[in-house]
Ligand binder design. Structure first.
Ligand code: ADP
Length: 239
C-alpha cells in the first residue's frame, strides 16, 4: 500500500527557450513516493526536473511542492526540494567534502558551527567520518555522487529530484546509491533511461515533445514507451 506524500503540482506550465516551447501547458499532480520520468532526448525531462527544483521559472503556470511556490519563494524551495544532477561536478562547488556539505546548511541559515556539525553528522550517518577534510577532486566519480547525495540530504528535503543520477557508474555503485535513496522517507522523482529501475516505481510518466504521452503504473507506461520506441526509425535518432 502506497503512503501519501507531499504533492508536487504543475498547473498549466509552459517553458520556452527562444521560440521553442519545451514544456507545453503541463498540468500534473505527483503524489506518489516514487515517480519516474521517461522520454526521448529533448522531450523536456531535464527542464521538468529543474522546474520542480525551482531552478528555472515557467513562462506560464505555477509549480508548487508541498504547497511552496518553488519559483517565487526560493528560500522555502531550497528547504523543500533537492536535486541531484547526472554529473556531480556540475553540483559540487567547494574543495573539501565538509565545506560542500556545510554550504547547504549555511543557506538554510545555520551558523558556521551548526553547519559544520550537521555536515559531520551526515558523514557519520554514511560511515564516512574520515571524508570531512578530503579534497573532492581526489574522490572517485561514485564517491562524488555520494557527496552530492549527502549534501542534499543534509538539507532534509521532502522531495528529491534525480536527473539521470547514475549514468556512467558501475553496477555495484549504482546499487549502493539506490539502496541509500530508496531507504529515505522522501518523495523521489527520477528522470531516467534505466527501464529496469523505473519498473519498480509507483508511477511513470512518458514525456514526448513537452507533453505527457502516457502516465500511469510503471509497467503500463513503460510497455507503451518501449513499444513506441521500437517503431522509431533509425533516421530519427538524436544524432
Ligand atoms: P531531455 O532532458 O528530455 O533530453 P531537455 O529538457 O534537456 O530534454 O531539453 C528539451 C529541449 O530544450 C531540447 O531541445 C534542448 O535543446 C532545449 N533546451 C534545454 N535547455 C535549454 C536552454 N537553457 N536554452 C535553450 N534550449 C534549451
Amino acid at each position: 500500500m502506497e503512503t501519501a506524500t507531499d504533492p508536487v503540482c504543475l498547473e498549466g506550465v509552459s517553458v520556452r527557450f527562444g521560440s521553442r516551447e519545451v514544456l507545453r501547458d503541463l498540468t500534473l499532480t505527483l503524489q506518489s513516493r516514487r515517480v519516474g520520468i521517461v522520454g526521448r532526448n529533448g522531450s523536456g525531462k531535464t527542464t521538468l526536473a529543474r522546474l520542480i527544483a525551482g531552478l528555472i521559472a515557467p513562462d506560464a503556470g505555477r509549480v508548487t511542492v508541498a504547497g511552496v511556490d518553488v519559483c517565487t519563494d526560493r528560500r522555502a524551495a531550497i528547504r523543500t526540494v533537492g536535486i541531484l544532477f547526472q554529473n556531480p561536478d556540475h553540483q559540487i562547488i567547494f574543495p573539501t567534502v565538509e565545506e560542500e556539505l556545510a554550504f547547504g546548511l549555511r543557506q538554510l541559515g545555520r551558523s558556521k558551527a551548526e553547519a559544520r556539525e550537521g555536515a559531520r553528522a551526515m558523514l557519520a550517518r554514511f560511515g564516512r567520518d574520515d571524508w570531512a577534510e578530503r579534497a573532492v577532486d581526489g574522490l572517485s566519480q561514485g564517491q562524488r555522487h555520494l557527496v552530492c547525495l549527502m549534501a542534499v540530504l543534509a538539507m532534509e528535503p521532502r522531495v528529491i529530484v534525480l536527473d539521470e543520477p547514475f549514468a556512467g557508474l558501475d553496477i555495484p555503485t549504482i546499487r549502493a546509491l539506490r539502496r541509500y535513496l530508496e531507504a529515505l522517507p522522501v518523495t523521489l522523482i527520477q528522470v531516467s533511461h534505466d527501464i529496469a529501475a523505473l519498473g519498480e516505481y509507483n508511477r511513470v510518466i512518458w514525456l514526448e515533445g513537452g507533453k505527457v504521452a502516457a502516465d500511469g503504473p510503471a509497467d503500463e507506461t513503460l510497455a507503451r514507451y518501449l513499444a513506441a520506441m521500437e517503431e522509431v526509425d533509425d533516421a530519427d535518432a538524436d544524432l
